[in-house]
Design a protein around this ligand. Structure first.
Ligand SMILES: *[C@@H]1O[C@H](CO)[C@@H](O)[C@H](O)[C@H]1NC(C)=O
Ligand SMILES: *[C@@H]1O[C@H](CO)[C@@H](O)[C@H](O)[C@H]1NC(C)=O
Ligand SMILES: *[C@@H]1O[C@H](CO)[C@@H](O)[C@H](O)[C@H]1NC(C)=O
Length: 292
């Protein structure tokens, strides 16, 4: 009989992973928030990261960590918990197909996006507060008091701000990674034969290269939804996402949809690996506890 792991184990693993990658998350949100004219040079990831450290010290790059933890304990907990449960149920009648797993991952991602929306709002607001003029700041001191003032001041409508873009991003993330991984892998194995004059082996180097390409693809595909989500969540106006898209396009050009791409890309690899490693260790620890 296989051990049934508690549904919250994935959320704990994701929290541990996000403690390591939070500075990149913060840099991404800051880059997405900065507005610049079409021709203007955008600040690079290193510039934004360095400026954060110069202004606030090393503790500064951990601003909003409590919101990040709240996000993992809602978004990731529901996402991973739902996915593992769906996978377990699908496996009861034999091995599930890739299409079934993909549908399960998308559904799980969507539900996670709904559950994590308030925490996502707090995360983008807390991390981008210092780069805004004083009178536009939210001044949330931590995720819990932030959640209370968000609920009190903006109600249910405020807590569901950016929900559509957030769910779209959450569903796209896994799907674009999983599908493009298989496509890149088979293209590398078969389409390169005429050029290289031999077939690449199905080994770890090929897997790493395919994951790298899949990560690049997923980051690019999800970037527009991610930038829009950040902008909708940091605003306090009643403007719709389409209005925000339209005015940002007019003022900044289509390039704005890919702001924060670099830190999002650098975050994806380490975050995926760390999440996997922590999750496996926690599962091992849990099994050991059950046997004693
Ligand atoms: C996303 O897809 C991978 C397969 O590449 C799978 O192992 C992982 O558990 C999925 N994550 C979720 C929870 O959607
Ligand atoms: C946050 O604090 C600044 C002063 O430091 C103030 O101008 C601003 O109105 C405050 N924001 C809110 C939402 O209370
Ligand atoms: C948003 O709309 C609500 C009513 O739908 C209104 O009470 C509120 O003042 C509006 N907020 C802004 C900033 O326009």
């Amino acid at each position: 009989m296989a051990t049934v792991y508690p549904f919250w184990l994935g959320g704990v693993a994701a929290s541990l992973a996000s403690c390591c990658t939070h500075p990149l998350d913060l840099t991404k949100v800051r880059m997405q928030t900065i507005k610049a004219a079409p021709g203007a040079k955008l600040p690079s990831m290193f510039f934004v990261l360095r400026k954060s450290i110069v202004q606030q010290g090393l503790r500064g790059v951990y601003t909003g960590l409590t919101a990040s933890l709240l996000r993992q304990m809602s978004y990731s907990l529901v996402r991973i918990g739902t996915y593992e449960e769906l996978k377990r149920r699908l496996s009861q009648n034999g091995k599930p197909s890739s299409a079934q797993l993909l549908a399960a991952a998308s559904l799980a991602g969507g539900l996670g996006g709904v559950a994590g929306n308030p925490a996502d709002i707090l995360l983008v607001r807390m991390t981008s507060d210092v780069i805004k003029p004083q009178e536009h700041r939210f001044n949330y001191s931590n995720a819990v008091s932030g959640l209370m003032s968000l609920a009190k001041q903006e109600g249910v409508k405020g807590m569901t701000r950016g929900l559509g873009t957030n769910v779209a991003r959450a569903m796209l993330m896994n799907a674009s990674q999983v599908c493009s991984y298989d496509l890149f892998k088979s293209a590398l194995m078969h389409k390169t034969i005429p050029v290289l004059e031999y077939q690449l082996k199905d080994n770890i180097a090929l897997h790493i290269l395919s994951s790298l390409l899949a990560g690049t693809f997923a980051t690019t595909v999800c970037s527009p939804a991610d930038v829009l989500r950040t902008r909708v969540m940091t605003s306090t106006s009643n403007d719709s996402v389409f209005h925000i898209l339209q005015t940002s396009l007019q003022k900044e050009g289509p390039k704005f949809l890919f702001k924060g791409w670099t830190p999002a890309f650098f975050r994806l690899g380490p975050n995926t690996v760390l999440l996997f490693v922590f999750f496996e260790q926690l599962k091992k620890g849990w099994s050991a506890l059950q046997l004693d």
